[in-house]
Write a protein that binds this ligand. Structure first.
Ligand SMILES: Nc1ncnc2c1ncn2[C@@H]1O[C@H](COP(=O)(O)OP(=O)(O)OP(=O)(O)O)[C@@H](O)[C@H]1O
Length: 582
């Protein structure tokens, strides 16, 4: 035998009034919405019916009167007094296009600020109905004089402690906030809160609207139009960089009623450089009407809006190079993150965004035209290590160490196979170093041995080569794998036993490549040091050059390196001062 669910009325009323909404302020919106819907319903039958909503507030009491369709007694029982029943759905239960409401629960939000809701309503020539609903789930039908005009008046008396929500100034503010764009005349006491131009309409004061509502002067204004969502609006481009992770909220209206001042999910994630004001007739609200409902239409809308922003950008790059450069200087991170998946944006970055290279700032296109291969360092440290040396050897290198840059460079061949890309490794540069002539090599042997003895305890291998620039006496080189292995070892020494075991599994079992200190035979100072006979002085000089090479390459200094640098500096100073006084 089938049974029906039982409903605890108090619980349901409490849930739908107190726990659905983020703030009691929504009661004004729900009342406005019902009034506007009632007018819409009446106008569908009677095109020239009046369209006014009037609110009066006095002594902790609010009345809202509309010139809408009104209700008969039968409808009052069915619609007002049945939770979840709405006159605004079609035969299939879907919200009807022309109405704001759809769920049949909005009126209950009045219980956020009052314990009873009084409704006086007249439909056509039917008798006026007096209805009072209580927050404990009861309602009464009463009697009274007939209303003069067709329509409905709802009256609330503030519950103790909630009087502020019914104060005239607060109600005026809320009616203006939610309803200023509504297509009917809404007044609160003597003040009309509707009638201003729609911000996206021709001739509207778009920039001033942005200043007043969002508090900034936009870099540019983009018109938005998505017919399938009945959406029109504006996107304001932020004049300063925004963090990709800071979600920009958008001002969203549905059928000209404010849904949210900070709605998320309207634009694709990459478009964090824009804030929008939009109105849509087809998008759906969540039941609390505080956010957009995630459905396939919202997906399509997001995509359409994304492509409109993209179109604006592409246009900008065609029409105004100076503006596109200015835009990129503010919002390059957003554009780059988009370029990770979007060829058009990648082209934009490649053609317009000047990257850091050891030959000065160049776009990837310029770089490719000049040097054919886009050779890049994947980290800032590698770039710093190699930029100067590579430049002296006429080897052009891009710094791919900034956010997204390496990934974008790697993606270039998929845009155009003519782009050749090569990730540079510090050890690659050694192939451009020249081996020493046999005689030179022999002559340098004692120096090489002394230098190796000095640096052995630091785990560094001494190498002698000739390379440009001649002004550089020594270069410290670590290759990627060796750096990784060194970090691993250092972490293992600090980690507890369990972790150390896990980390050990990553350590390469082959003998580790040691970092190298490459002395430049072409450098006169190096040659002079090599010719010294005082072994202690050689040691001090080698240690000094080691420390300087570390600093030059922006390598981290370990405590042992710092100690060595100090010792060498003081030792050399000591020699210099002692030599002078003797
Ligand atoms: N001012 C009014 N004039 C005429 N009918 C009204 C008025 N206010 C409420 N109603 C009737 O009461 C029903 C219930 O209203 P309620 O605000 O609870 O829900 P809704 O507007 O249908 O949907 P939602 O929960 O989305 O707001 C409405 O569908 C409407 O038929």
């Amino acid at each position: 035998m089938g049974h029906s669910f039982q409903v605890d009325l108090r619980g349901v009323v409490d849930l739908l009034s107190h726990h659905l909404y983020a703030s009691p302020r929504v009661y004004v919106r729900e009342l406005l919405q019902n009034a506007v819907d009632a007018i819409t319903a009446r106008r569908a039958l009677e095109e020239s019916a009046p369209a006014t909503v009037h609110i009066e507030c006095a002594q902790s009491r609010l009345t809202i009167s509309d010139s809408g369709i009104g209700l008969t007694e039968e409808q009052v029982h069915e619609l007002l007094a049945t939770i979840g029943r709405s006159s605004k759905r079609d035969d299939f239960g879907f919200g009807r296009h022309e109405f704001l409401g759809q769920f049949g629960i909005g009126l209950l939000s009045c219980f956020l600020v009052a314990d009873e809701i009084q409704v006086v309503t007249r439909h056509g020539d039917a008798p006026t109905v007096y209805w009072t609903g209580y927050s404990d789930g009861r309602y009464e039908i009463g009697a009274g004089p007939d209303r003069e005009e067709q329509g409905t008046t709802v009256t609330l008396h503030a519950r103790r402690g909630e009087e502020a929500w019914l104060a005239p100034q607060r109600v005026t503010e809320l009616a203006r906030l939610f309803g200023s764009l509504l297509p009917v005349t809404v007044s609160v006491d003597e003040t009309v809160v509707t009638g201003g131009p729609l911000p996206w309409q021709e001739g509207g004061e778009r920039v001033r609207y942005c200043q007043e509502v969002f508090g900034f002067t936009p870099y540019d204004v983009i018109e938005l139009d998505v017919p399938e969502a009945g959406l029109k609006g504006l996107a304001y481009v932020l004049p300063v960089a925004a963090s990709p992770s800071a979600r920009a909220g958008h001002r969203v209206y549905l059928k000209r009623m404010l849904l949210a001042e900070g709605a998320e999910g309207l634009l694709p994630d990459w478009a964090f450089f824009a804030r929008c004001v939009v109105d849509g007739t087809e998008l759906r609200p969540t039941a609390s009407r505080e956010a957009l409902y995630e459905d396939s239409l919202l997906d399509q809308t997001r995509e359409a809006l994304g492509s409109q922003l993209r179109g604006w950008l592409v246009n900008l790059s065609r029409q105004s190079p100076a503006r596109v450069l200015e835009f990129l200087s503010i919002h390059h991170l957003g554009v780059k993150s988009l370029a990770l998946h979007d060829d058009e944006m990648l082209r934009l970055v490649a053609n317009w965004w000047p990257m850091e290279t050891n030959m000065g700032r160049l776009t990837l296109s310029e770089f490719q035209q000049r040097y054919e291969v886009i050779r890049y360092c994947a980290t800032l440290d590698e770039f710093r290590q190699l930029a100067a040396v590579a430049a002296a050897q006429r080897l052009a290198v891009v710094n791919g160490g900034y956010t997204y840059d390496s990934e974008l460079i790697e993606r270039m061949p998929s845009l155009d196979p003519a782009y050749l890309v090569d990730r540079m490794d510090p050890s690659d540069i050694t192939t451009r170093f020249h081996l020493l002539e046999k005689a030179d090599s022999q002559a340098m042997q004692p120096f090489a041995a002394a230098a190796q003895r000095a640096l052995d305890r630091l785990g560094c291998e001494v190498v002698l080569r000739g390379f440009d620039p001649v002004t550089l006496p020594a270069l410290y080189l670590v290759d990627r794998d060796a750096t990784f292995q060194r970090h691993l070892r250092e972490t293992r020494e600090l980690a507890d036993e369990e972790w150390a075991g896990v980390l050990a599994a990553f350590e390469s079992s082959t003998t580790l490549e040691r970092p190298q200190l490459v002395f430049n035979h072409r450098n006169p100072l190096v040659r002079r040091i090599a010719s010294l006979s005082d072994e202690r002085l050689i040691e001090l000089a080698v240690e000094g050059l080691y420390g300087q090479a570390l600093l030059l390459g922006h390598h981290p200094l370990r405590p042992a390196d710092t100690a060595l640098l100090n010792r060498s500096f003081l030792g050399l100073l000591d020699r210099a001062v002692a030599g002078d006084s003797s």
